[in-house]
Design a protein around this ligand. Structure first.
Ligand code: LMR
Length: 324
């Protein structure tokens, strides 16, 4: 006679065969031909290859499902399970990540990477745990450039101009420092705001300026490399803990592999996209001399002091140390 336990496990097996796969929704705001867009698609491919029929990843790019104003709230409501906002968009949940917005802090992307992988950088992944958010890893995009409808060569060129910024008080202070007018707006609105001249300029990576066609509606781009635009891939503690341990590991490994690919793409994509923008001849490149760039540094770097208590001097020091 068939044992009851065997019968039960057969029943579970057959139920599993017919059960719909668990859906992991991954929402983001950029185009698919970007480091983040490609990373999300790789993640989908790996999870569905490794957990066939059990897990399904649905990727929603271009703010299709949620945008800047609601994606983190949606995550906490479990309406989406993974999002990857830029590090500038977490200030309602932690002030510590504002370290990444401090102007002229990181010399290059290698320094950003060293800081993210350091003990201090890794600690920031769990800095929002009390709010129910869990960072699973960092993803690179690249260094930010200024764009506008006039050449921005000296800080005084920005005076009185309206710049779209991400929702970050540090970035607001950075533009206040040059007597410009920062306007916090979601990414999905930037193109129209620039096209209609409701705002004069913005700051972003070459990849975002290219994939969202900002260069078609901005006459000049200043290669300032004044700050970093990177991401944290976040989930909710509740969703993450609801996953069976073995599946969770497979999903985490898949994410790590997808991030590695996204980081590789980020390294080449910004250079390629910069070149494509220049080839288009739709906009002009402003290259700063060291003395001109130094003027931007001198006027924007004092912003750090305003935020060092909230961010933590230790965090800022650890980030600075990554430059060496
Ligand atoms: C922006 O809002 O400019 C960026 O954070 C968009 C993105 O996700 O790269």
């Amino acid at each position: 006679m068939m044992k009851i336990a065997t019968l039960a496990s057969m029943l579970t097996l057959s139920l599993n065969v017919f059960a719909a796969p668990v859906e992991i929704k991954f929402s983001h705001v950029v185009a698919e031909n970007t480091p983040k867009g490609q990373m999300a698609l790789k993640f989908k491919e790996l999870v569905e290859q490794r957990l066939p029929g059990e897990y399904k990843v649905s990727v929603f790019p271009n703010s299709q499902l949620f945008g800047d104003n609601n994606e983190l709230a949606a995550l906490l409501l479990n309406d989406v399970q993974l999002v990857a906002p830029s590090l500038s968009k977490f200030e309602r949940y932690t002030k510590k990540l504002q370290v990444f917005d401090l102007p002229f802090l990181f010399e290059d992307m290698a320094a950003v990477d060293r800081f993210q992988q350091s003990e201090a950088g890794q600690k920031l992944l769990t800095s929002m745990r009390r709010k129910g958010l869990l960072g699973l890893g960092y993803l690179h995009n690249g260094m930010k450039q200024f764009s506008a409808n006039d050449p921005l060569t000296l800080p005084s060129d920005a005076k009185g101009k309206k710049f779209r910024i991400m929702a970050s008080d540090v970035i607001a202070a950075q533009f206040d420092a040059v007597d410009a007018i920062p306007v916090k707006k979601p990414f999905s609105e930037v193109f129209t705001l620039l096209q209609t001249r409701a705002i004069d300029g913005q700051e972003n990576t070459w990849s975002n300026i290219y994939s969202k066609k900002f260069y078609e509606v901005q006459s000049h781009i200043t290669e300032s490399n004044h700050g970093v635009l990177d991401y944290m891939i976040v989930t909710s503690d509740a969703f993450w803990n609801s996953l069976p341990k073995d599946k969770r590991q497979i999903i985490k490994d898949s994410l790590d592999e997808a991030i590695a690919l996204g980081n590789k793409i980020a390294m080449t994509k910004n250079e390629e996209d910069k070149q494509a923008i220049l080839n288009s001849k739709r906009t002009q490149l402003v290259t700063l001399t060291p003395a001109q760039r130094q003027q931007w540094v001198a006027i924007m770097k004092p912003v750090w002091a305003k935020f060092e208590d909230k961010v933590g001097k230790d965090v800022i020091r650890a980030a600075e140390a990554a430059n060496n």
